[in-house]
Design a protein around this ligand. Structure first.
Ligand SMILES: Nc1ncnc2c1ncn2[C@@H]1O[C@H](COP(=O)(O)OP(=O)(O)OP(=O)(O)O)[C@@H](O)[C@H]1O
Ligand SMILES: [Mg+2]
Length: 487
C-alpha cells in the first residue's frame, strides 16, 4: 500500500470518527480532517483503472497509467486479487497478461499498480527451496529473504566481463574430456524429446563443482518437477540449490517471469563472489511462453509463429550469465529440437548466441549409449582457452576416429565395407566399442575431470600408436586429420 493511500484511509477514518457525538466539541478538528481527506485524491481515482475487456488471458484496462513491465493487481469478488503485468498498450488502454486463470474478474473491476514489483527478494533463505514463477514457495513454508534484487537487471557491460579461463568439473566424462566447459560459459543442450536432456542436467546438477545451483524448470510436466527435486537433486543436492519451477499448466507470464527470476537469483549469488551453475530446462519453453505473451499483445509473428521480441529476449536472458567480479554464472540451457530439426529458428538463435552446444542424438540413445552425446555435432567454444595443448590433441585424435566411424557406419552395418580397404576405418571399427564405453556413464555415477582427461589421453595414445606406430602423441599437425608423433 502506498504512503498516499495509507494517508487517505487514515484521513477518511479520522473524519468518520469525528462524526461521533461525544467528539462534537472537536468539530473544528472534524472539519479540518474532512477537508484534508477530500483534498487528497482517492488512490482509486488516481492510480487505478478499470477492466474493460478480457480475451483469453489478456486483459485491457482503461484509465491507468503504467509502463511496460509494471505489475498490477485486479480485484476479484470473493477471491484474492489477480496479479498481472503490462505487456503493451493500445491508445489509452493498457494490455495486461495475468499470472493465473482470469476466473472471478468482472467488467469494470478496479486495477491498481503494485509498487516495487521490478525487484525480487533474495537471500540465503532461498537455498533448498522450490519456488513458483512469482517467488512463492511450493512447499508452503514461508521464505524469509533479506535483500531486494532487480528482476530484469541490465546485461553485463562487455568490458566488465572477465574471460573464461578456468575449467569446470561437470562430473560427466564425455563433457569433461571432449567438450570441456569453463566457469562462466553458457552452453546449450540440444535434443529432441525424450533423448535424455533432463537426465543429463540432473547429473550435472548433482556432480558439478559449483557453490550454488539455480535450476529453472519451465513448462515441464508437474510430475517431472517432483522427480527432479527428489531424484535428480535429492536432499543433499537441494541444500545448495534454488529451484524455480513453472510447470506446463502455469500461465505464459509466470513461465517467462520464472526464467527472469531464476537468472536474477543466480546474479545475486554471483554478486556475492560465488560460482553459480544456472540450469534452464528449457529455453524453448521460455521462447514459446514469450511468443504466447507477445502474440496476445498484438505483435506480429515473423518466423514459425515466433515474434520479434522472442528473438530479442533470448540474447537478453543469456547475456546475463558469465563472469563478473569474483563470481561467475555458468549456464546450461536445454533446447528442444522439434522433429530433431537443428535448423529450427530457436535452435539456430541459441546456437549462435551461446558459447557452445552439446547435441544429444536419438540414434545414439537408441543404441543404449547414455548420455547420448553426439561428439561430432557438439562443440565447446571455450575449450581452446581453458585446456592444455596436449589435451586438445588427444581430443582431436578421439574425435577423428569417432567421426570416421560415424561417416561410414551405414556401409559398415550393411556389410558393404570390406575390411582391409582403409586402415583408419578398420581402426574405427576395432575401437568403436571402447569409444562407446568411454562415452557411456551411468546416471548415478560421478566422474572427475582429471581422471577423465587422463583416460582420454590413454585411449587416444593407443589409437595413434595403432595408426602411426608406437610412441606417445602430444601434438597434432594442425589439420585435424593427421598427427605428429613425438617421443
Ligand atoms: N543416463 C541415462 N541412463 C539410462 N537411461 C536414460 C539416461 N538418460 C535418459 N535415459 C532414458 O531416456 C528417457 C528420457 O529421458 P529424459 O526425460 O531425461 O529426456 P528429455 O530429453 O528431458 O525428455 P523431454 O523432451 O520429454 O523433456 C528416460 O526416461 C530414460 O529412460
Ligand atoms: Mg526433459
Amino acid at each position: 500500500m502506498t504512503e498516499l493511500s495509507r494517508l487517505h484511509i487514515a484521513c477518511k477514518v479520522t473524519a468518520m470518527t469525528t462524526e461521533c457525538p461525544t467528539l462534537n466539541h472537536h468539530s473544528h478538528i472534524k472539519k479540518r480532517f474532512v477537508r484534508l481527506a477530500d483534498a487528497i485524491p482517492s488512490k482509486r481515482a488516481e492510480a487505478s483503472g478499470k477492466l474493460v475487456k478480457v480475451t483469453g488471458e489478456t486483459l485491457e484496462v482503461s484509465g491507468l497509467r503504467a509502463g511496460i513491465g509494471a505489475r498490477c493487481s485486479i480485484e476479484r469478488k470473493g477471491k484474492s486479487p489477480l496479479n498481472a503485468e503490462v505487456i503493451g498498450f493500445d491508445g489509452d488502454r493498457l494490455v495486461l497478461a495475468c499470472e493465473e486463470l482470469v476466473g472471478g474478474v468482472s467488467p469494470g473491476a478496479f486495477v491498481t499498480v503494485v509498487e516495487g514489483s521490478n525487484q525480487i527478494e533474495v537471500g540465503d533463505a532461498l537455498l533448498g527451496r522450490v519456488l513458483d514463477g512469482a517467488g512463492k514457495p511450493f512447499n508452503g513454508k514461508p521464505v524469509f529473504p533479506v535483500e531486494a534484487y532487480p528482476l530484469r537487471g541490465s546485461p553485463l557491460n562487455p568490458l566488465d566481463r572477465n574471460a573464461i579461463g578456468q575449467p569446470m568439473d561437470t562430473g560427466v566424462r564425455a563433457i569433461n574430456s571432449l567438450l570441456t566447459l569453463g566457469r562462466g560459459q553458457r552452453v546449450g543442450l540440444f535434443a529432441g524429446s525424450g533423448v535424455g536432456k533432463s537426465t543429463l542436467l540432473g547429473m550435472i546438477t548433482r556432480f558439478s563443482t559449483a557453490d550454488v545451483v539455480v535450476v529453472c524448470l519451465v513448462g515441464e510436466r508437474g510430475r517431472e518437477v517432483k522427480e527432479f527435486v527428489e531424484e535428480s537433486l535429492g536432499e543433499e543436492g537441494l541444500k545448495r540449490a534454488v529451484v524455480v519451477a513453472t510447470p506446463a499448466d502455469t500461465s505464459p507470464l509466470l513461465r517467462v517471469s520464472g526464467c527472469w527470476r531464476a537468472t536474477a537469483i543466480a546474479e545475486y549469488y554471483r554478486s556475492r563472489g560465488l560460482n553459480v551453475l544456472l540450469l534452464m530446462d528449457s529455453l524453448t519453453r521460455f521462447a514459446q511462453a514469450q511468443r504466447e505473451l507477445s502474440l496476445s499483445a498484438g505483435e506480429p509473428p515473423v518466423s514459425k509463429g515466433y515474434t520479434p521480441s522472442v528473438f530479442s529476449s533470448i540474447p537478453n536472458l543469456i547475456e546475463r550469465a558469465g563472469i563478473l567480479g569474483g563470481g561467475s554464472i555458468t549456464a546450461i540451457y536445454t533446447v528442444l529440437v522439434e522433429g530433431d530439426d537443428l535448423q529450427d529458428p530457436i535452435s539456430d538463435l541459441a546456437r549462435a548466441s551461446l558459447d557452445g552446444h552439446i547435441v544429444l542424438s536419438r540414434d545414439i540413445a537408441d543404441q543404449g549409449i547414455y548420455p547420448a552425446i553426439d561428439v561430432e555435432k557438439s562443440i565447446s567454444r571455450s575449450m581452446l582457452n581453458i585446456t592444455e595443448k596436449e589435451h586438445q590433441a588427444t581430443t582431436k585424435i578421439f574425435r577423428n576416429l569417432y567421426v570416421t566411424y560415424e561417416q561410414n557406419k551405414d556401409l559398415i552395418s550393411l556389410g558393404a565395407y570390406r575390411p582391409g580397404t582403409d586402415k583408419k576405418i578398420d581402426l574405427a571399427i576395432s575401437f568403436k566399442q571402447r569409444m562407446s564405453d568411454f562415452l557411456s556413464q551411468p546416471f548415478d555415477r560421478a566422474s572427475n575431470i582429471d581422471t577423465d582427461i587422463a583416460a582420454l589421453k590413454e585411449l587416444s595414445d593407443e589409437i595413434s600408436s595403432e595408426l602411426y606406430g608406437s610412441g606417445n602423441i602430444t601434438t597434432d599437425s594442425g589439420d585435424g586429420k593427421s598427427f605428429v608423433k613425438e617421443g
